[in-house]
Write a protein that binds this ligand. Structure first.
Ligand SMILES: Cc1ncc(COP(=O)(O)O)c(C=O)c1O
Length: 947
């Protein structure tokens, strides 16, 4: 497998430059002896791509794809092939990063703006974010946002009750329970008609249509709630809102749900993008990313991520959500689905679904069954006649490769979806007929009868914006997707040197199975014997990840790094509770930690105590000892990233872990930097008890422009019993309630990591870590004189990433780290990580996948920029009018008749000769962030603005 960038002779050249003769020598100088693994990983040898292909094909064939009418938040859907091929299978879309650098992300920003607009239009709300992890966690975010937005009087009175209708999805309820408890929120579950909305209640959550499939008129409930200063959140089926009155029109405050039905395969539970919409008043407390419209330096329309001060990067322990990586790729796809189908197409799909359900009601009722939903969209629910056995329905349907939904009280449910056709209708009827020993006719025509009462039907227009009404032919759609794609930088252009993000190769062979129906066509709640291939793969993956981390077991449920942090901390919390140590609630977190660490700790009900780092960037051992001593009675855990976010292997790590353990605490290791550990050391070896892994960093799952992420947690033996369970499926764990909607999280992307491990094998994985370290040290060595490397280990080496100084350059020239980042775009590169974890610096992580020639190109670009900075510092270039401050330069600017700058057009856009051969053109100039936040616009402009 061709995962490693540099070739053998180049590796030797690089080692020579670093003054060492072998890779082992470099690793010995870099990774402290006391934490090195003494034995190789006990994993199989790496497979060739061909061998792996056979293996994964064999696993795929063990999954059986049935027609599934279970519903419960997951429905079969048709991913338009133009979207499948050009978005899901397209590395420009799946290898790009979260659009923090707006100028090189206009394509995916527009795709996300389409998603937000579609969500606002369908829900009837004013504001929507760019997607959340899943429907259940979106429910939790809604609950927390309502709690944080309580009126002053309610907050003062300590109102802490949220009422939840008993007819929300069981997985939603389970995650709500998980999330409410540590925050002191009291969750009351009842029939919504029996809610007691008193002064202690701050919010309510209902589902529309509810979990039975019944459509309920909640307008009087909303009115009463609002009279009592109580917020209303509604879980909704997005597709149904094209024909049902949207919750925004009956004054709901928050509407959320799953956008999976918009062309995203079920994938055995995920990944899918949740949607989250609200009234405008929540804009400063809304979780997740919000894309807004702003303008560039020349006043041209430009998109960007708005209101970033809401995010955990800035707010840390004051954050109200820990969402970081989310589900951008899936939100892009759902947005494209709505662009392709438009309002009329979506209405048609929804109407057809309803009419098929209505026809089935008629046909099946005629056989003696009683349909129980009086008003429904896609779901019908039958009580069986006395003479029909439920078991008969079950085996007859399985015989025809169909899955129905079986309620605990013996009723049988069917949820119709976009794919249901005439054959399916007849097979369904056949099952009910045979079970009742009755004859049945054949349906030969699609039905056209709507049974929804007029008062529930939508009368308002939606999605009238140009983008939803323009691209109907495949050719046009293809060109629109390509138009957006050409605006962005991804790994298909150049290395993305983002420190802490590990933008490595996402190999094509690893990605292929994602498009196979055997992996993506399976509903998460089908009988497990239909998903044998999945279970075999997941069992093996769990074993391999346990071996890599040195731990006893793994939960695959969390669907991002931050979700993993939360899950791991909740496991620690439960461990303490099980020992009668309920009072242990202090989390010690170093000042260098990623913002999600303190934010997750607060979500898990912990009190954050920040511990300092010394002048070399290491955690101050004495200060930690003191804090551990001070909080010894209440210490819950210590959260540590290793190697540190400063890019250094601290040899004190084992001592730090011992200090925590000796004071009764547990050690949580943030696995974001596992790319510097695999095969060399592991979290168990350094003394941790739990870690999460970012499979979307170290283990080759692509970033997708900001998700999907997968953040499994790995735990030591004493914590296995607390790993998250699932209310619907037995996922092998019996501990805390669920942290995600899916029993196995984002199952359909797990084959990527599985393939990565199987193809690299024990030796290849270790080599990947070694080359990641080599590549980082090669860059550090090349740039240390001009920029300076902020922190190094005891032997002057960096780990797999480094922090480059730029503060002295700013002092001498006025050129900031932001100017450097924007200028890199003119050189065709994505910026390094900016100002994290040290303000005013650039953090660079090359990964093992980048070749020597690419590293050299990056070094040349960085040194070219350094030379330009020197010209500014020495006065040879103007302090304001220079290519750095004016970067990035667009084609508009350099082809304009006028050119009034003190440097040439050539310098502006072709500062190095190789750029002439392969030039990336930023579509907009520098984006005005402040303007966008002051004038918040988060949906596509209305049709009038195009006239
Ligand atoms: C050190 C560290 N911890 C945690 C996270 C959060 O992971 P995620 O974005 O998957 O939620 C990140 C993300 O960049 C990180 O760099």
């Amino acid at each position: 497998m061709r995962h490693i960038g540099p070739r053998d002779h180049e590796i030797q050249e690089m080692l020579n430059i670093l003054g060492v003769s072998t890779l082992d020598e470099l690793i010995n100088q870099t990774v402290p002896e006391n934490i090195r693994l003494k034995q190789p990983l006990k994993l199989e040898d790496g497979l060739t791509e061909r061998q792996y292909f056979r293996k994964i094909l064999a696993l795929a064939s063990k999954n059986k794809v049935y027609n599934t009418y279970i519903g419960m938040g997951y429905y079969d859907t048709i991913t338009p092939a133009v979207i499948l091929r050009n978005v899901l299978e397209n590395p420009v879309w799946y290898t790009s990063y979260t659009p923090y650098q707006a100028e090189i992300s206009q394509g995916r920003l527009e795709a996300l703006l389409n998603f937000q607009t579609m969500v606002c239009e369908l829900t009837g709300m004013e504001l929507a974010n760019a997607g959340l992890l899943d429907e259940a966690t979106a429910a939790a975010e809604a609950m927390i946002m309502m709690h944080n937005s309580r009126s002053r009087a309610k907050a003062k009175a300590g109102a802490n009750i949220v009422w939840v209708d008993e007819k929300v999805w069981p997985q939603t309820l389970d995650v709500l329970m998980t999330r409410a408890n540590p925050l002191g929120i009291e969750l009351k579950v009842a029939d919504w008609k029996n809610f007691k909305l008193d002064e202690n209640t701050f919010g309510i959550i209902v589902q529309y249509p509810n979990s039975d499939g019944q459509i309920v008129d909640y307008s009087s409930l909303v009115k009463t709630a609002h009279e009592n200063e109580i917020f209303v959140s509604v879980a909704a089926d997005l597709l149904s809102l094209s024909i049902l009155t949207p919750p925004g029109e009956w004054d709901a405050d928050i509407v959320f749900g799953n956008s999976q039905r918009f062309g995203i395969p079920m994938g055995y539970g995920g990944p899918h993008a949740a949607f989250f919409a609200s009234k405008d008043v929540f804009k400063r407390t809304m979780p997740g990313r919000i894309i807004g419209i702003s303008k560039d330096a020349f006043g041209k329309r430009a998109l960007r991520m708005a209101l970033q001060t809401r995010e955990q990067h800035i707010k840390r322990e004051k954050a109200t959500s820990n969402i970081c990586t989310s589900q951008a790729l899936l939100a892009n796809m759902a947005g494209f689905y709505s662009v392709y189908h438009g309002p009329e197409g979506i209405t048609q799909i929804a109407t057809r679904i309803h009419c098929i359900a209505a026809l089935l009601e008629k046909e099946i009722s005629a056989l003696g069954y009683t349909q129980l939903n009086t008003v429904y969209f896609d779901t019908i629910r039958f009580a069986l006649p006395r003479y029909v056995k439920r078991e008969d329905i079950e085996w007859l349907s399985l015989e025809l490769e169909m899955n129905f939904r079986y309620f605990e009280n013996g009723e049988v449910g069917l949820s119709i979806d976009e794919t249901t056709n005439l054959d399916d209708i007849n097979w369904i009827v056949e099952v009910f007929a045979k079970a009742a020993n009755k004859p049945h006719g054949t349906v030969t025509e699609y039905p056209n009868v709507c049974t929804i009462l007029p008062e529930f039907l939508r009368t308002s227009d939606f999605m009238q914006q140009e983008v939803f009404n323009k691209y109907r032919s495949e050719t046009e759609m293809l060109r629109y997707i390509k138009k957006l794609e050409h605006k962005d930088i991804s790994l298909t252009h150049s290395m993305i040197p983002l420190g802490s993000c590990t933008m490595k190769l996402n190999a094509a062979t690893e990605m292929l199975p994602l498009s196979w129906i055997e992996f993506n066509g399976i509903h998460p709640f089908v009988p497990k014997n239909q998903a044998r291939g999945y279970h075999e793969m997941m069992e093996e993956l769990r074993r391999d990840l346990a071996e890599i981390t040195g731990f006893a077991d793994v939960s695959l449920q969390p669907n991002s790094g931050a979700a993993g942090e939360y899950a791991g901390l909740m496991v620690i919390r439960q461990y303490h509770i099980s020992r009668g140590d309920d009072h242990r609630d202090v989390a010690l977190i170093p000042s260098s930690a990623h913002g999600t660490n303190p934010a997750s700790a607060v979500m898990a009900g912990m009190k954050v105590v920040v511990t300092p780092c010394d002048e070399r960037g290491n955690i101050d051992v004495e200060a930690l000892r003191q804090k551990a001593e001070e909080f010894k009675d209440t210490l819950s855990c210590f959260m540590v990233t290793y190697p540190s976010t400063h890019g250094v292997y601290e040899s004190s790590i084992t001592e730090l872990c011992e200090i925590i353990h000796s004071h009764g605490g547990q050690v949580y290791m943030d696995g974001a930097n596992m790319n510097a550990q695999v095969g060399l050391t592991n979290p168990s070896r350094i003394g941790a008890d739990v870690c999460h892994l970012n499979l979307h960093k170290t283990f080759a799952i692509p970033h997708g422009g900001g998700g999907p992420g997968v953040g499994p947690i790995c735990v030591a033996a004493h914590l296995v019993e607390f790993l998250p369970s699932h209310p619907v499926m037995n996922n092998g764990h019996v501990g805390i309630t669920a942290v995600s909607a899916g029993p196995w999280g984002s199952a359909s992307v797990l084959p990527i990591t599985y393939g990565y491990i199987k193809m690299l094998g024990a030796d290849g994985l270790k080599r990947a870590s070694e080359i990641a370290i080599l590549n980082a040290n090669y860059i550090a060595n090349a740039l240390k004189d001009n920029y300076g490397v902020l922190y190094t280990g005891e032997n002057g080496r960096v780990a797999h990433e480094m922090i480059l100084e730029s503060r002295h350059l700013k002092a001498a020239s006025g050129i900031s780290e932001t100017d450097i980042s924007k200028r890199l775009m003119d050189y065709g590169f994505h910026a390094p990580t900016l100002s994290f974890p040290v303000h005013g610096t650039l953090m660079v992580e090359p990964t093992e996948s980048e070749s020597k020639q690419e590293l050299d190109r990056f070094i040349e670009a960085m040194n070219g920029i350094y030379d330009e900075i020197q010209l500014v510092a020495s006065g040879q270039m103007d302090k304001e009018d220079n290519p750095l401050k004016n970067a990035p330069h667009t084609s508009d600017v350099v082809t304009a008749d006028e050119w009034n700058h003190s440097y040439s057009r050539q310098t502006a856009v072709f500062p190095l000769t190789w750029l002439k051969e392969n030039k990336y053109w930023p579509p907009v100039a520098r984006v005005d962030d402040a303007f966008g936040d002051r004038n918040l616009v988060c949906t596509c402009e209305p049709i009038e603005s195009y006239k």
